[in-house]
Design a protein around this ligand. Sequence first.
Ligand SMILES: *Cc1c(COP(=O)(O)O)cnc(C)c1O
Length: 420
Amino acid sequence: MFEEATQYTPGGVNSPARTFRAVGGTPFFVDRAEGAYVYDLDGNPYVDYVGTWGPAILGHAHPKIVKAVQEKAALGTSFGIPNPLEVTMAKRVCEAVPSVEKVRMVNSGTEATMSAIRLARGYTNRDKIIKFEGCYHGHVDSLLVKAGSGALTVGSPNSAGVPAAFTEHTVVLPFNDEEAVKQAFETYKGEIAGIILEPVPANSGLYPPKPGYLDSLREITRREGALLIFDEVMTGFRLAWGGAQEVFGVSPDLSCFGKIIGGGLPVGAFGGRDDIMDQTSPTGPVYQAGTLSGNPLAMAAGITALEELRSGEAYQQLEKSGAKLEEGILDAAKQVGLPVQINRLGSMFCLFFTDSPVRNFNDATKSDRDRFAKFFHGMLDRGVYLAPSQFETGFLSTAHKDDEEIEKTIRVVREVFKEL
Ligand SMILES: *Cc1c(COP(=O)(O)O)cnc(C)c1O
């Protein structure tokens, strides 16, 4: 199947992160997934920690999401004129994330960040955007500079085909370094439209912001008349109901969402302060549009997913499972004297084979990638599927049960660690 795929599609995949190039071998194909498992074409089950790269926080084929999509599909899949589900979805996002007063639905995370920086530029009448090394914001031309895993995995931190002029206004700085941000605002006085960041970088490994760092960005952007944009495509509705901004208590001007809010269908969204959002077309001069934006299938899937997450119970369960998995892996490493670091926030985790803590992208690149590749295949051979790259984050779902999938995973990790 993979050979055939490579004949008709570049590299045989529709998104580079799916390739196995960083770990060797070829990806398996999946035609079915349920709960915590994906099944290959021979019917072999794998405990899935990729979760379609984030969206599957409730596991795969959640019965309520399947039902909602089936019911809505029968009523028409896209109308191109407002439908009530768009209003429900917008209300949910605004309720969950207080910094978001208005929201616009799009079809991917890429569209969300692309639109958000355009809006920031339009609103401030300035051109420059600060982004951070290792932060990934989708494949937006001007943000494809030192952008993390997909790019790292295929060995091109900066994409070909992006004219230098398109990134001329992108200022790339190291993450967790307040001084660098301060200097940039001095160098480009009155020119910076905004800062865009993953509040918890999770696309080049996973590492938390250091205490006070996000507050410092809030402070300096406010003082300098620039906008603070949180790209919560991954962390939104994942780290908490209110996303990373709830966890760290920092309110951005604009936020980007995707992944979980689509319940497994293609979705993105950007939202924020009322007066800023109203600069978007048709109320404002910043053009933005989408034929399939807010389509009833994606809205129904997303609304149903959010409904399941709303009570907050899921986040408690995920934290408990995450802690158990982390403990199990660290204990397994200790037993065989393997240098392992785990960075984890709730249901997001990343394992590095190094003996020093991983606090940023640079630290992450010091991890033993050959060992990671062996680890990846050892796990896969025993029915546990992790992302095929050192620089990706693992995701737990509520379908991963402590006394089943988590325990099995820890057992398998013990076996594989012994071989390493
Ligand atoms: C996945 C991701 C994106 C891009 O979303 P797509 O739907 O793949 O376009 C943007 N930002 C972050 C933080 C992401 O994790």
